[in-house]
Design a protein around this ligand. Structure first.
Ligand SMILES: *Cc1c(COP(=O)(O)O)cnc(C)c1O
Length: 435
């Protein structure tokens, strides 16, 4: 790829970009009368213009039909989760029956661990990445305590080797092999929120299964960002949220994947609710839970229609834009950001990227590590119309002053970010400290 560090080059790439029109389908916050440079699609994706109508339509449906809205119209609420299954399956690389949209992410992580973390005297460990997102750490910690273990006994964290920030696949595999016989579950993020590393998920599944353990993933930073083939990879379960790359708004619903070999096993223990019960009998209000086949059998409650409606509007955009086209642009756009930062670093390293430079080992996010004064760089960017985000260092044991060491995470999102956005961001980095 022959990138060039000029505005003209960036603008030319935008002119040639087949996904260029999608930018107009999103609202950008404003700064001094122009669009901000928005790089936090990894935290909260922008609002699709179509979200409002999707939401209003359901409000109208409720207004017009009251409870009959469950049965009427093109998308009766009774069936609502089904309308999201095909596109969700596509995002996850799964069969339709293997996915369902329900609840929120951490809730679903717990529901999945109820089914897939059932420790026995000899097999009680969970292997996860060190520095996982706090909610995942708390979920795992509370699960092992709930089963009567301490985190020290039951949680194995795989950390990067001294002097590195990312994990080597061989070290993950080695940890699984080392603890294999005592391991009940390998639970990893898909893309680590801090480093932006996209783990080798099929290799993790294979190693976990070789050890007779389950493999589950939190794909919060992966869904809508990187190609996923959960069915073919043979993952046991996965969960993700819809408000990051999937642009479905704050508190948006979560997606869950359960491989069909488990989805078709009604004997698999789970926490149940009426919405996961056999549909033909749901309203007979009888005793005795009989799960629907597939991931839908883990549903507890009736659909959160308003948030699902917005999610559906966003999934429609993904379908139109197409995942291969999004990934192709994403690799190029993030590659351009990396190139521009390397240009700035030519004489001396001013901005240290900790995200892997192999495009196959990352999504669109780059994490720029600062040893000190990181918050000041973040504030400078903010004053100049950049929305990025600042995360305190969690890799080095918290022995640093807040606001000093940490990462600025920058995620150019292929649906709505442009090459010019990336160019302007890099120009700000270049000028940092010079005025
Ligand atoms: C964003 C994120 C969460 C947030 O969980 P919610 O239940 O949606 O609040 C959890 N885990 C990971 C890995 C995340 O990136």
């Amino acid at each position: 790829m022959s990138y060039q560090p000029t505005l003209g080059y960036a603008q030319e790439q935008d002119r040639q970009d087949p996904l260029r029109p999608y930018r107009e389908q999103f609202y950008f916050p404003q700064h001094n009368g122009r669009d901000v440079l928005y790089f936090t699609g990894n935290s909260l994706g922008l609002q699709p213009v179509s979200a409002r109508d999707a939401l209003l339509q359901e409000l109208e449906h409720w207004k017009t039909h009251g409870v009959e809205g469950h049965f009427r119209g093109e998308m009766p609420w009774l069936e609502y989760h089904k309308f999201l299954q095909p596109q969700t399956a596509h995002i996850a690389g799964a069969k339709e029956e293997e996915v369902v949209v329900m609840n929120t992410l951490t809730t679903n992580l717990h529901l999945m661990m109820v089914s897939f973390y059932r420790p026995t005297a000899g097999r009680y460990k969970i292997i996860m990445e060190a520095g996982a997102f706090p909610s995942d750490q708390y979920a795992v910690e509370s699960q092992v305590r709930w089963h009567g273990y301490t985190p020290e006994q039951a949680i194995v964290e795989v950390a990067p080797v001294e002097g590195e920030e990312c994990l080597r696949t061989e070290d993950i595999i080695a940890a699984i092999e080392r603890h294999g016989r005592e391991t009940a579950l390998v639970m990893f993020g898909g893309v680590n929120y801090f480093t932006g590393q996209f783990f080798d998920l099929p290799a993790i599944v294979e190693a976990a299964h070789k050890a007779d353990a389950y493999a589950g993933f939190d794909l919060a930073h992966a869904a809508g960002n990187v190609p996923l083939y959960l069915h073919d990879w043979n993952a046991d379960f996965a969960v993700w949220c819809s408000y990051k790359y999937l642009n479905s708004g704050p508190g948006g619903p979560s997606g869950a994947f359960v491989h069909e070999r488990h989805g078709n096993n009604p004997g698999l223990p789970r926490f149940a609710g009426w919405w996961g019960h056999d549909e033909s009998e749901r309203f007979l209000m009888r005793k005795g839970f009989r799960p629907i086949k597939g991931a839908a059998g883990w549903q507890l409650s009736n659909a959160q229609v308003f948030s699902f409606a917005v999610h559906k509007a966003s999934l429609d955009i993904f379908q139109q834009a197409s995942l291969p086209a999004l990934r192709a642009k994403s690799e190029k756009l993030t590659g351009y950001l990396e190139f521009l930062i390397r240009e700035i670093n030519r004489e001396k390293e001013r901005f240290h990227i900790i995200t892997p430079n192999d495009p196959q080992a990352r999504g669109c996010q780059l994490s720029i590590y600062t040893h000190h004064d990181g918050k000041r760089l973040y504030n400078y960017l903010e004053e100049n119309g950049v929305i990025s985000d600042w995360r305190e260092d969690n890799l080095h044991g918290g022995e640093v002053e807040p606001g000093q060491a940490g990462v600025i995470r920058v995620a150019p999102v292929p649906l709505y970010n442009s090459f010019q956005d990336v160019f302007e961001f890099a120009r700000l980095l270049k000028d940092y400290g010079k005025k």
